[in-house]
Ligand binder design. Sequence first.
Ligand SMILES: [Zn+2]
Ligand SMILES: [Zn+2]
Length: 249
Amino acid sequence: MSAVLALIASPLRLVIDVVLPPRCPGCGEIVDGDDRFCAACFTQLQALGPPQCACCGDPLPHEGDAAALCGACLADPPPFSRARAPLAYGGPARQLVLALKHGRRLHLARMMARAMLRVAGDIPADALIVPVPSHRWRLWRRGFNQAATIARQVARQSGRPLLVDALTRVKPTPSTKGLTRAARQRNVIGAFRVARPDAIKGRSVILIDDVMTTGATVSACAAQLRRAGARQVEVLTYARAMREGTGGA
Ligand SMILES: [Zn+2]
Ligand SMILES: [Zn+2]
């Protein structure tokens, strides 16, 4: 069966490649395979990794204890146990996130999920994959929920179940431009509700979004999930906006 499919698939693949050649999601240049950046964009990506806070993933100044926490997490522990992202938000990573809103969604989401799983560590056996929900109004306008598209691919690649409707957004989040971190956090508290507490109770949750900015959104979601009885919540995003002074763009 697979041999037959391969015979059909390869000429078809050739036709697709001629009509719609794979393009770099960072700059639009034609590249020689799907799911990759061109060499120039690849060198501009800022990979995130140790030394970093064991909880929120913020860069730490010195290599040391893998369990070390940043000052913010020590002072005010977040409702999630871990947050990880493979890349800093900016440059080609930002272009990819924006491209997901417009086209070739499946292939971009597949590429994002693969990068995310490389930094996810061991995903608990009982984990559920849950996307940060879009507000219905935004869902209607954009036609789909980016986080759900990525979450579907994370579920497929990790072999863990997807629970797409675990959370709902109960009120639109007003613009947070220009607000302080604390004000943004106040802004999103109460914006989310757990729609499937029965399915969440006692389980680990991997919360998925495209970009983590201040962490206010994922914190609000994680707090609600914990309140509904989730055993623990880990956050996994494709990119992470770096705060000033932490070396990011
Ligand atoms: Zn490129
Ligand atoms: Zn931290």
